[in-house]
Design a protein around this ligand. Sequence first.
Ligand code: NAD
Ligand code: UGA
Length: 471
Amino acid sequence: MVKICCIGAGYVGGPTMAVIALKCPSVQVAVVDIAQKRIEAWNSDKLPIYEPGLDDVVKQCRGKNLFFSTEVEKHVAEADIVFVSVNTPTKTTGLGAGKAADLTYWESAARMIADVSKSSKIVVEKSTVPVKTAEAIEKILTHNSKGIKFQILSNPEFLAEGTAIQDLFNPDRVLIGGRETPEGQNAIKALKDVYAHWVPEDRILTTNLWSAELSKLAANAFLAQRISSVNAMSALCEATGANVIEVSYAVGKDTRIGPKFLNASVGFGGSCFQKDILNLVYICECNGLPEVAEYWKQVIKINDYQKNRFVNRVVASMFNTVAKKKIAILGFAFKKDTGDTRETPAIDVCKGLLGDKAELSIYDPQVTEDQIHKDLALSKFDWDHPLHLQPMSASSSTEKQVTVVGDAYEAAKGAHGLCIMTEWDEFKTLDYKKIFDNMQKPAFVFDGRNVVNADQLREIGFIVFSIGKPL
Ligand code: NAD
Ligand code: UGA
């Protein structure tokens, strides 16, 4: 029986390994983590992450061929294939701070693998890492090799949160990069055999290590670039009377461009787009390619511009001040169908409004009150360093200005304005007449996701601003 161990039981490690266990009953999968609470949650009825379909997959295999454990060293020692799916956030201090990837977690995992291994292993980079990381990891793995052979593979993950299970069941492609030596090719084949249990052979791509590592950064950069492109157009639409929905539909109809990832929004969020592009920018700079670095930097700049533009729009249209005005924030997660708030645009928008002394009433179907207060108290780039953080409470001034409530109607009661930050389906079908009746007048709606029917809301009496649409 092939034994797999995955270090890191997060948004990637948990779902990916659960699907491998489901699709490969002959493979034993252990997912290990140093975060005890996370592992306890994976072993409970309330999983640590909300992801449609995940509960069902975990229930089918947990305790059979899928195990969650804090016994990191034991499971690593026993495994034939070790996936490393630890977090690789943006560095906050030192060389490359604010851009380069922080590989502290990766390095400590690699050192531990080298120290505890008693048999040869395939070590798989599942985390998103800078191109050439495998070279450094090889050096670390062999520093104490005791004659043990390690083959390192790059197998980046392309799942998106909210659709992770669907994406894992039916991936556009699985990418495996390895050394071009006979040993490297054998390792590629061993990993390919795992995925071949359910992924058609023509969708399993094999490349050299550096192509696989770079393809992951490139894919995220291309996806984010599409969003920044359409968001840049949304500003021009607002200035000219064009409608961004019509423009992106017309543009996306060109089969060379395609319709996906052209939804204008308040800005992209999530744990990866920004960090991976910053990482790409840093790699370009380190390789003496400042023009290329500058090109990709613009994707982030437009994203920041879009979030600022949204805040400015709210403040300017509410008579240039939101001081002491209650504003309802609908949605806090970075996209629908997840409770993940890492780098959510809602954080920047809320901070912008709080800076103008607004009083916020926030509702999200999946994000806890505690999480929202923590997020609003964090400084930039702190979000992905849970292991370094002390238990924290929001600053008292922020806490006074922010309440978190259990539904959208409660959030909107007595509010002057309503900002839609996440495209949760339930926001499309709210009783907006009831909401209007309970708000201060004039009642404003700022739709950061283009989910409401603006004309219908205007008929009710709202003043509506939608991203990229004529007023
Ligand atoms: P995460 O923070 O949810 O999970 C990482 C886990 O690794 C944490 O639970 C942490 O406790 C654990 N960990 C860190 N160091 C460890 C160590 N030395 N030993 C054992 N456990 C350790 O992160 P994530 O969202 O799952 O992302 C993981 C990687 O996958 C990142 O590189 C990310 O860029 C990439 N990625 C993420 C997504 C996504 O949708 N979130 C998609 C594709 C790729
Ligand atoms: C993204 C990629 O889609 C995955 O392929 C990749 O594996 C992952 O990053 C990663 O490396 O972490 P994710 O961030 O989970 O996945 O979610 P997306 O669906 O890509 O959405 C990212 C952000 O862009 C969200 O805030 C979303 O609302 C926004 N978005 C997306 C738009 O504003 N417009 C769009 O048209 C699409």
